[in-house]
Design a protein around this ligand. Structure first.
Ligand SMILES: *Cc1c(COP(=O)(O)O)cnc(C)c1O
Length: 391
């Protein structure tokens, strides 16, 4: 195979040609500041207005409920910190899950240090949130429920509409980190009872450094970045016009064939999972097979270190990701895999592949061949594997 095989689309995606083409005029030609009053800046202002309209229509909300930010992390930080600040009179308790992205989890840790109480709801062995546990966690002090729409490691899709209903019944604000879901599966903030939603362009073939927070009209969220009056005074900073224009184009491209793309990707995803399970022993698929993002594949190989597997795949030009996160010099197993109840040594042998609409069957076949070879080699070196085989 020539070049690289990029199977890390949950980390980031390639900017599509169409997106780049839409963005280019806003760097050197229509570069005016949308807040300026002269005629020249009208081009940027118009681009901003129509981008906001298109993104809002895709989510089934109003344009003035979309607040552009620097990305998913900022949106998550804002939603959580803002709500705690706004609701200080009611209480300081957030209900979230054990499998959130670090943009949510680290924010929760920071809020805990300031005296906020956080309940981390568990998931079942398939990675789906335990709704009964969620209901029990809610108290009169709860000011926010934050549950991701789809998980970035194992691809599980959460029952967002049901959580929306639970939140509404109890009069609690519901935020969802939809960074992995947005542009990949259908989302409708009204139908799903979502009050706040985070999204980011670079996870759907848009540029990096641009995202938004949807905030339903009536939700009082104080500003997080202070300064000028942009984004109706709620998020200061000169608008990233090329980024926003590119984001809208990425949404247009995603919306055009959401189901067709999902069908193609999930067929290849299922083929990938089935073939690996058929050809390689002592492997498991992590996360629900059914409630799963179309492009996510996550395996745990026994008697193999995920990191070693990654490095050897890299030598073949294959880009994937391991479940471990290197924190403070020690290799910790992924918090998501631990929440599934996986033994630590199994979690360590985990690897994630995330496909794109450009991924081909030939690429997947090549990756499976290499995996079979590499896993075999690594296991030859594992004393535990010898034991299992009675040598
Ligand atoms: C990538 C990601 C984020 C962070 O988004 P950025 O735009 O990179 O800041 C947050 N949540 C989830 C689930 C993600 O996958």
């Amino acid at each position: 195979m020539d070049g690289i095989i990029y199977l890390d689309n949950a980390a980031t995606t390639k900017v599509s040609e169409g997106v780049l083409k839409e963005m280019l005029p806003y760097f050197c030609n229509s570069y005016g500041n949308p807040s300026s009053i002269y005629e020249f800046s009208v081009q940027s202002k118009k681009a901003l207005v129509s981008a906001r309209q298109e993104i809002a229509a895709f989510l089934n909300c109003e344009p003035n409920e979309i607040y552009f930010t620097s990305g998913g992390s900022e949106s998550d930080n804002w939603a959580l910190c803002g709500m705690v600040e706004a609701m200080a009179k009611k209480g300081a308790h957030i209900v979230t899950t054990k499998i959130e992205h670090h943009a949510v989890l680290s924010t929760c840790e920071a809020l805990e240090k300031k005296g906020c109480r956080i309940s981390y709801v568990g998931v079942d062995e398939n990675g789906i949130i335990k709704l009964e546990e969620l209901k029990r966690a809610i108290t009169p002090e709860t000011v926010l429920i934050s549950v991701m729409a789809a998980n970035n490691e194992i691809g599980t899709i959460q029952p967002v509409a049901e959580i929306g209903r639970i939140a509404k019944e109890r009069g609690i604000c519901f935020h969802t980190d939809a960074v992995q879901a947005f542009g990949h599966i259908p989302l409708d903030v009204k139908a799903m009872g979502i009050d706040m939603l985070s999204a980011s362009a670079h996870k759907l073939n848009g540029p990096k450094g641009i995202g938004f927070l949807y905030v339903r009209k009536g939700i009082m969220l104080p500003s997080f970045i202070r300064g000028g009056g942009q984004e109706r005074g709620r998020r200061a900073g000169t608008e990233n016009v090329p980024g926003i224009v590119g984001f809208a184009q990425a949404v247009r491209e995603a919306a055009k064939d959401l189901f067709g793309r999902a069908e193609k990707e999930s067929a290849l995803r299922d083929y990938f999972m089935d073939e690996v399970l058929r050809r390689i022993p002592y492997v498991r698929v992590n996360g629900s097979r059914k409630m799963r993002l179309p492009n996510n594949v996550n395996f745990s190989f026994q008697f193999v270190e995920g990191e070693s597997l990654l490095i050897m795949l890299d030598m073949q030009g294959i880009c994937a990701s391991s479940g471990s996160a290197c924190t403070a010099g020690s290799l910790l197993p992924s918090h998501v895999l631990m929440a599934l109840g996986l033994p630590e040594e199994v979690a360590h042998g985990s690897i994630r592949f995330t496909l794109s609409q450009e991924t081909t069957r030939e690429e997947i076949d090549f990756v499976i061949d290499k995996m079979e070879e590499i896993v075999g080699k690594l296991r030859e070196m594992s004393p535990f594997y010898d034991e299992i085989r009675g040598r």
